[in-house]
Design a binder for this molecule. Sequence first.
Ligand SMILES: Nc1ncnc2c1ncn2[C@@H]1O[C@H](COP(=O)(O)OP(=O)(O)O)[C@@H](O)[C@H]1O
Ligand SMILES: Cc1ncsc1CCOP(=O)(O)O
Ligand SMILES: [Mg+2]
Length: 261
Amino acid sequence: MKTDQMLAELRAQSPLVQCITNYVAMNIAANVVLAAGASPAMVHSDSEVADFVPICGALTINIGTLSPTWVSSMQLAADTAVASGKPWVLDPVAHFATPFRREVARDLVSRNPTIIRGNASEILALTGGTSAGKGADSGDSVADVESAATVLALTQGCVIAITGEVDFVTDGTRTARITGGHAIMPKITAMGCSLTALIGAFAAIAPPLNATVAALAMFAEAGERAGKTAQGSGSFQVAFLDALMQIAPDDLANDAHVQWL
Ligand SMILES: Nc1ncnc2c1ncn2[C@@H]1O[C@H](COP(=O)(O)OP(=O)(O)O)[C@@H](O)[C@H]1O
Ligand SMILES: Cc1ncsc1CCOP(=O)(O)O
Ligand SMILES: [Mg+2]
């Protein structure tokens, strides 16, 4: 499925996406998903995830502001997604930083995410490497992680997206790079978390690899547009949301921003 068709389909279906995300990201991630054309629900209580996941098109789980009470919800939500045939996306924010975070991420990876999205330091650490990440911020380069990520995608049987200046997406067999965006993007908190939520939205209506590429291409286009008018990270956020809403399927035609390898 082509990126422009996927955006048209996203807007036509406006799928419900359950996002278990962090306190920092909740508002901006929900607004990003809405601006793109889907319907977010930030639902995380273990009293309701088993009932909520099956009525959604996809689930996303982000461990950014992890605490013990959330872990059982994340595990139940992931297992419910797998049991009900819904795609689910893992964002392992700063999982290398502490033993608690590392163990929760390891457990979630074992619950068969459909897609894993992280920055270069996060994906490097998932492949067993030593990351130079500082908390949620990456200290590694995407290019250095590409081959290990390809092996991990194959052994794990999932799609892996590494984001940065040039993004890399692979299912272990098919691979794409996505260019565009803007250098301000890593200076705005929860951009990556919001992107993970948007990947969930596309995964609700398209196969995982294509869905991931579509979300990243849409971010690349919106980032480029916002960078033309923004005066800093504050105005960039407003311009970015406006751009997401204004991007038309035709703007993503001909695999705009996407290079299949
Ligand atoms: N230097 C950069 N130039 C252009 N786009 C970037 C740059 N760094 C990150 N991005 C974009 O910002 C978004 C978030 O990616 P990233 O910063 O890697 O995630 P995280 O916020 O999880 O660390 C992605 O769309 C990515 O392509
Ligand atoms: C700053 C911060 N601290 C815990 S979660 C979070 C947000 C991280 O967002 P992103 O991974 O998109 O940069
Ligand atoms: Mg992140």
